[in-house]
Design a protein around this ligand. Structure first.
Ligand code: FAD
Length: 521
């Protein structure tokens, strides 16, 4: 196709496009929360939510394995604007899904969701100060086209196509069934079966005690241990507050209690890791008794919070081990065999069903291709601005929650910040806002200081964080409140401009003067 023909095709697509001020991508916990904030704080802005799947709910709709539940408390995982009234603080997946869907219904957000719209491409036109968004409609090749001024990516952090399964040698040889928790079949029957669960992350420790209720026996096979903490699934303080206070006040107080406790414990882990380690391991020893080999199976080689901690509600995993329904084996897989797996130690584990709880495939921007004036962006080479926007990418924010606290805390700060930004731009007549790093002394650092496999596997695809603000990513809700709610929007790094200001063209500041350091064409 010649350049002229391409231009005609682009104009044709543009003419057919439906326009919204804002497009939210994804109707999970974050997308529904983001829509609420837009309705509340930018009531004049038009918006729609494009959702790839045929239902609302994201993670909480996709994951259907037995016992699926939150691993952080619902007072912080739930929305600040709609109190979590469920009895359990560590809640089951179906209750969370119901909560997300009820929120969407209650605030009329469900009417703004376009289901079966998978965004495959978003192209920014500096000339028009617009995103041209292309979505695949349904399973076929039918395409829908949209334009918007601002893109709010709430597409989560992993690929919905498939979970991560390592290349296990000989896997095809196994005579039983192999299942990944992300793709749990409805009709699977594990009653009286020998089940082998590979992994010891939050999915594995959720699944194991649940499967053990009806399986003949469950073995949790881990290459190396994880820190596991027993936690009550009900919050006695929250219950007491609820008895005397209105639901919203009780929920807010409980949220702050949990936020502060979480920050305190995280800091303890970072400042005095030996003490934190001793506390966690003492808890495991108390649950499993003096004869259990805690150091082999529950004492990781890393410090607490170098990887995500796993919560087990009411110590259900430990109870299941205590009853003999579950065994933990710490060893590496040499190969799958017809009857199960052979381990490096030479031991063989027999199984009828093998569950590969081996993680997710990290994916940003919902897998969509993003370009700026025809130049594809490379997220791996970009700097993250406040953990919400990307250097040199105009009018786009992406929600990425905390690694050490509930996702929704940061999602809500980012969505509220986007509203603040949109209102500011409207007041000042700006059409574009683009974070630009003009400070060569900013060091590029990994986005998270986590050693978890799924981060390590995708590190080169993630935007980096910088050594100083506003390029730092804080895993701290209180610091982020200052960053998102109270810091100046026009901070000299976020560049505001009108229509037609392509990257590389002279940029203008609020008062119309060229921005220092801006390059001429
Ligand atoms: C099993 C499990 C348990 C978890 N438990 C917790 C917990 O207890 N606490 C916690 O803080 N976090 C937890 N997390 C992390 C969890 O994903 C977040 O808490 C939260 O659900 C993320 O919400 P989200 O809306 O940002 O993303 P998601 O729930 O992933 O939703 C993203 C939505 O975007 C849609 N989408 C993606 N790409 C596109 C595209 N290209 N076009 C259109 N739509 C698209 C998806 O279909 C989906 O509906 C858990 C994750 C898993 C997998």
């Amino acid at each position: 196709m010649t350049a002229g023909e391409m231009d005609v095709a682009a104009r044709h697509r543009l003419a057919k496009s439906e326009h919204f001020d804002v497009l939210i991508i994804g109707a999970g916990l974050s997308g529904i929360g983001g829509a609420f904030r837009l309705q509340q704080r930018c009531p004049r802005r038009t918006f729609a939510i494009l959702e790839a799947r045929d239902s609302i709910g994201g993670t909480w709709d996709l994951f259907r394995y037995p016992g699926v539940r939150s691993d952080s408390d619902m007072f912080t995982l739930g929305y600040a604007f709609r109190p979590w009234t469920g009895r359990k603080s560590i809640a089951d997946g179906p209750s969370i899904l119901q909560y997300v869907r009820e929120t969407a219904r209650e605030y009329g957000i469900d009417r703004r969701v376009r289901l079966n719209h998978r965004v495959v491409r978003a192209s920014w036109s500096s000339e028009r100060a617009l995103w041209l968004v292309e979505a695949e409609r349904g399973a076929g090749a039918e395409r829908a086209h949209f334009t918007c001024e601002f893109l709010l990516m709430c597409s989560g952090y992993y690929s919905y196509a498939a979970g991560y399964t390592p290349d296990f040698p000989g896997i095809a040889r196994f005579g039983g069934q192999v299942v990944h928790p992300q793709d749990w079949p409805d009709n699977i029957d594990y009653t009286n079966k020998r089940v082998l669960v590979i992994g010891s992350g939050s999915t594995a420790v959720t699944l194991v005690p649940e499967l053990a209720k009806s399986a003949a026996h469950v073995t949790m096979l881990q290459r190396s241990p994880t820190y596991i903490v027993a936690w009550p699934d009900e919050d006695a303080i929250a219950d007491a507050l609820r008895r005397y206070l209105p639901a919203k006040t009780a929920c807010t107080l409980t949220r702050w209690k949990n936020v502060l406790a979480g920050i305190y414990f995280y800091r303890l882990c970072k400042k005095r890791p030996e003490r934190a380690k001793a506390m966690i391991l003492d808890g495991v020893r108390a649950a499993l008794g003096p004869h259990y080999d805690v150091s082999t199976h529950f004492m990781p080689r890393y410090n607490p919070w170098d990887q995500r901690l796993c919560l087990v509600p009411n110590g259900d995993l430990f109870t299941s081990i205590g009853h003999g329904a579950t065994t933990v084996v710490t060893d590496a897989i040499e190969t799958f065999i017809e009857t199960g797996v052979k381990l490096r130690s030479g031991r063989e584990l027999e199984a009828d069903l093998i569950v590969t709880a081996t993680g997710l495939n990290l994916q940003l921007m919902g897998g969509a291709e993003i370009d700026i004036d025809g130049q594809p962006i490379s997220a791996g080479r970009a700097l993250s601005y406040k953990g919400a926007m990307c250097s040199d990418v105009p009018n786009l924010a992406a929600v990425f929650g905390y690694t050490n606290a509930s996702w929704t805390l940061k999602a809500d700060l980012i969505c509220s910040y986007v509203c603040r930004l949109l209102n500011y731009m409207e007041r000042h007549g700006h059409r574009q806002c683009t974070p630009r790093n003009r400070d060569s002394s900013i060091e590029l650092l990994p986005p998270v200081n986590f050693t978890s496999g799924y981060f390590q596997r995708a590190m080169d695809k993630l935007p980096k964080q910088g050594s100083r603000k506003p390029w730092r990513i804080y895993q701290n809700y209180i610091l982020d409140i200052m960053t998102f709610r109270f810091s100046a929007l026009d901070d000299g790094v976020l560049e505001f401009s009108g229509v037609g200001s392509a990257p590389g063209r002279p940029q203008t500041s609020r008062d119309g003067r060229p921005v220092e350091g801006a390059t001429a064409p």
